[in-house]
Design a protein around this ligand. Structure first.
Ligand SMILES: Cc1cc2nc3c(=O)[nH]c(=O)nc-3n(C[C@H](O)[C@H](O)[C@H](O)COP(=O)(O)OP(=O)(O)OC[C@H]3O[C@@H](n4cnc5c(N)ncnc54)[C@H](O)[C@@H]3O)c2cc1C
Length: 397
């Protein structure tokens, strides 16, 4: 054995780096083992932007987003550029249509319960203020002013740089974990021909979760979503505006609608607006089948949406890409999530030495998720309410 640590973090994406940052700040000896390079585009943290949204259909995740805000601000003090861009977050469409981020009616109920500000908008106002066109007259919207977008690259770079500068944190790339076993009270982690020892593990391999959990004899009841992004040149009309999510009842079987979009930002193909499909295309069984190719049929459908509803954009996409996420979906509606994320001790021998953070829409919570992972591995408990994110029999495959 070459090295021993208090905590080994498996996976150096957003979650792993945030966990290392927080454990390092508590003076724990931490090793992050990352299979590829840091800032890779193989997993769920690829791309330049993510939505930061308060709208949720349950109170706990909405509360956690609010609790994450001061931690984002604290992280931003170490950043070279702003990490959060509070441009607002607009949901619009059919009140009771459910998408992978929730539905308008439930989000309104949660915001009312938490006394959060939002503005109700009707279709003509949404068109006038944000440049949409041809929206059905029975569509409504809610604009939440605290939401906005996250600079993904700057967040990852800030976490990596600050963690790397901590005396007890070691960051190793090109170190895929190939074997894990418990030896007495300690974990032995084999990665890139080295074996390291640790008292505790944080398991954060993103969509590559299956092979890692297999070492513990565990499997999550997850689906793998390959998701499409497309960038459209801005012709005229407001390049500024909120991030937005359109919610409508599924159309034809192959077109769930459920598009979402971002305003122009200087750090993501300036002169273009990014749109995406908030649904899988396709669902994959095995991560080995993911080849980063965006489904051309979905790119075409997003382009049709642009042609019909966004006259300020050129409907010919200039670029398209795919990104992969692991999700826990509802059996009755494969486009709706059962859990926003999973964050819990691994159910192994009733122990509290392995923490898993996997699946879902986690980026908005990144500094908080890092803190909760550190609470769990360093203190054995957290004061944050993670009860909806626990791993239970129904989340295991
Ligand atoms: C298209 C898309 C849109 C999204 N939009 C939003 C959004 O708007 N808002 C939001 O909050 N969230 C959003 N998400 C979710 C969010 O991006 C993810 O929850 C988050 O990036 C997950 O980070 P992670 O660190 O868990 O995973 P990853 O970034 O995938 O990192 C996992 C890392 O583990 C490494 N790894 C894997 N296996 C091993 C191994 N055996 N050994 C060592 N290392 C290993 C991988 O190489 C990878 O670098 C979106 C996701 C997608 C795909």
């Amino acid at each position: 054995m070459s090295d021993t640590y208090d905590v080994i973090v498996i996976g150096g994406g957003a979650v792993g780096l945030a966990a290392a940052h927080e454990c390092g700040a508590r003076n724990r000896r931490v090793l992050v083992v990352e299979a590829g390079t840091f800032f890779n585009d193989d997993g769920s943290s690829s791309g330049a932007t993510r939505q930061f949204r308060v709208q949720h259909d349950e109170e706990t995740p909405a509360r956690l987003v609010l609790e994450a805000l001061p931690l984002w601000k604290a992280l931003e003090e170490s950043a070279e550029v702003p990490l959060l861009h509070p441009v607002g977050c607009l949901w619009f469409g059919e009140d009771d249509a459910v998408g992978s981020t929730g539905d308008i009616k439930s989000a309104v109920a949660v915001m009312d319960a938490l006394s959060l500000p939002y503005e109700r908008l009707e279709a003509p106002q949404i068109e006038r203020r944000f440049g949409f066109h041809g929206l059905p007259r029975d569509w409504n919207g809610i604009l939440q002013p605290d939401g906005g977008l996250i600079d993904v690259g700057a967040t990852l770079r800030t976490l990596h740089r600050t963690a790397d500068a901590m005396p007890h944190v070691t960051l190793r790339d090109q170190s895929p974990v190939t074997h894990l076993e418990r030896d007495g009270g300690r974990w032995q982690v084999t990665a890139a021909d080295n074996t390291y020892g640790a008292d505790k593990l944080v398991v954060a391999p993103g969509p590559f979760v299956d092979p890692v959990l297999a070492h513990f004899g565990l499997r999550l009841d997850r689906t793998l979503w390959s998701m499409v992004n497309a960038w459209f040149p801005i012709k005229d009309g407001p390049a500024e505006g909120p991030v937005w999510v359109n919610l409508r009842r599924p159309g034809p079987p192959d077109d769930p609608g459920l598009y979402y979009g971002f305003p122009e930002v200087a750090f993501d193909r300036p002169g273009h607006a990014r749109l995406g499909g908030n649904f899988p295309s396709p669902v994959l069984d095995d991560i080995a089948a993911y080849d980063k190719t965006p489904d051309p049929a979905v790119v075409c459908r997003i382009a049709s949406w642009v042609k019909e509803h966004m006259p300020g954009l050129d409907p010919e996409p200039a670029f398209a890409s795919a990104c992969i996420a692991a999700q826990l979906v509802r059996p009755e509606d494969p486009y709706a999530l059962r859990r926003e994320l999973l964050l819990d001790f691994a159910p192994i021998d009733g122990g509290d030495d392995v923490v898993i953070c996997a699946t879902g829409w986690v980026f908005k919570l990144i500094p908080l998720v890092g803190r909760i992972c550190a609470d769990l591995v360093c203190e054995g408990a957290t004061s944050y309410d993670i009860s909806p994110f626990r791993i239970s029999a129904d989340t295991l495959g």
